[in-house]
Design a protein around this ligand. Structure first.
Ligand code: IMP
Length: 493
């Protein structure tokens, strides 16, 4: 007879966090939201905000990936697009900003202004170093920008005739702060840096410095470029995809599978880890056995959750899945046991069904290191779905699940293309405005909850938080009761 577990599956919403003692210096301002996303070589890839925007067509495009990384999280570009499109988007996020730029589009003095106009149209860039060879590492002769020529009259002129050759530059500067300070001293938007022989070795831009100052908690790599991840399926044909994504310098590969406890998943993990150094997050799984299985296969992070996404119909159609509270109660301790036994800490990301700060706090307190969200991010202007007006005249954002007919991500669900059945719906979510305005408040709510729990970090919350399961009546008390919200005009009598 099949085994039936005695305990029911628990959702995140059944738990509340008990307050702990908050010392005078333990308020929300002193709470740090730094967290581990996954292992990365001997250390960890860390985030300043515990968020991943979901690998879904409706959620993560370039705009969302840039925004979420600027705010301290990371965007995961979905697998349900062509390899070229996904790789191109990774490249765009990686090029969005940098510290030292070491490969800029460079011109030779023999180029014509007509050439530049075409390059500007193709790349969107407006500042170009000029070297003797026209290669980035050639001898620096000058700089030309869109302000140095007349687009209507100068087509036939050469770069040599229009470039500025009295260029302020740095020599052999390795320290980014020093380079930025020199750029500010010269009052320029761009500072080329040359070696002793005058050959261009790097450059810094004021716009990159400005972006950093605006977003001090941004997620960045060693070259100060934004972090970005990419999803792949377990299918062997996606090995070529992995290769392209690694070439574009994706910071993490996330295996996108609704059920990660499979032979195919292990094969893909072993293949990636055998060929590349890029960190790999495996998943999705919902049992401690499956966590151990992925850990043994060599993953650097594990994504957990099945059947609990906001528009997911997996449990309805296939009767498979688990409440996210129970998943974390099972897998959090498995991660800690594995770390105690092997010295290898493998962070976990809770994925699906997290709709606001209360769910986020409970998931973190139950052991999640980070949180992947689709619906929550789809509501912001920066998500990939269209902004629309519905029949009631409300402004909404499109949101469709990866298992819907619209996304048809059959590889995520190990389905056959010609016998595809839906595991998710297509719909809309309210539009909330820009993520840049709204997310800082959500981060503040998380800090505040962690402070109330008497903790100062997500790591401390994992060991010190005390949670309590709520009875149905306790849950009813936690909702608004015995009064009507003031959302209609009333007259004083
Ligand atoms: P949400 O944040 O609750 O909307 O859940 C998003 C998560 O649901 C994604 O990150 C996926 O793990 C999962 N998901 C996406 N599409 C589907 C689907 O069609 N069926 C089931 N789960 C899905």
């Amino acid at each position: 007879m099949a085994k039936v577990l005695d305990t029911p599956s628990h959702s995140l919403r059944e738990f509340r966090i008990l307050p702990g003692f908050t010392p005078p210096d333990g308020n929300a301002l002193n709470v740090d939201l730094v967290t581990r996303l996954c292992r990365n070589g001997d250390g960890f890839l860390e985030l300043h905000a515990p968020f991943l925007s979901a690998a879904m067509q409706a959620v993560t495009g370039v705009e969302m990936a840039v925004a979420i990384a600027q705010l301290g999280g990371i965007g995961i570009l979905p697998v349900s697009q062509t390899i070229d499109d996904q790789a191109e988007k990774i490249g765009r996020v990686k090029r969005f900003k940098a510290g030292f730029q070491t490969s800029l589009t460079t011109l030779s003095p023999r180029h014509t202004i007509a050439n530049i106009i075409q390059i500007m149209e193709e790349t969107g860039y407006s500042t170009f170093p000029v070297t003797d060879s026209g290669e980035f590492h050639g001898k620096l002769l000058g700089v030309i920008t869109d302000k140095d020529f007349d687009v209507r009259r100068d087509h036939a002129c050469t770069v040599a005739e229009r470039m500025r050759s009295d260029v302020n530059h740095g020599v052999n500067i390795q320290d980014l702060k020093e380079a930025n300070q020199l750029m500010i001293k010269f009052g320029r938007g761009f500072l080329p840096i040359v070696d002793d022989e005058g050959k261009l070795i790097s450059a810094v831009f004021k716009k990159d410095l400005d972006k950093h100052l605006q977003h001090p908690n941004e997620s960045i790599d060693a070259k100060k470029r934004l972090l970005v991840g990419a999803a792949v399926s377990t299918h062997p044909e996606d090995r070529e995809r992995v290769q392209c994504l690694v070439e574009q310098e994706a910071d993490v590969i996330v295996i996108d599978a609704s059920d990660g406890h499979t032979h195919y998943q292990r094969q893909m993990i072993e293949w990636i880890k055998g060929n590349y150094e890029v960190p790999v997050i495996g998943g999705n799984v919902v049992t401690s056995q499956a966590f151990d299985f992925l850990a043994e296969a060599g993953v650097d992070g594990v994504k957990v959750g099945m059947g609990i996404g906001s528009g997911c119909t997996t449990q309805e159609v296939k009767a498979t899945g688990r409440g996210q509270g129970s998943t974390l109660l099972d897998i959090g301790p498995a991660r800690d046991r594995h770390a105690d036994k092997t010295g290898n800490y493998i962070p976990i990301a809770a994925d699906g069904g997290i709709s606001g700060p209360a769910d986020m706090s409970v998931a973190l307190a139950l052991g999640a290191n980070s949180l992947m969200m689709g619906n929550f991010f789809a509501r912001y202007t920066e998500s990939a779905g269209n902004l629309m007006r519905n029949a009631a005249g409300e402004i909404v954002k499109e949101y469709w699940m990866e298992g819907s007919a619209k996304a048809s991500n059959h590889r995520r669900y190990s389905q056959l293309k010609n016998l595809f059945f839906e595991e998710g719906i297509t719909g809309y979510v309210p539009h909330l405005g820009s993520i840049f305005e709204k997310l800082p408040v959500v981060l503040q709510i998380l800090r505040s909850t962690i402070a109330t729990a008497g903790c100062r970090s997500i790591q401390e919350l994992h060991t010190e938080a005390v949670l309590e399961k709520q009875s149905p009546t306790a849950l009813r008390d936690s909702d608004i009761h015995d009064m009507v919200p003031a959302n209609i005009d009333h007259q004083i009598l």
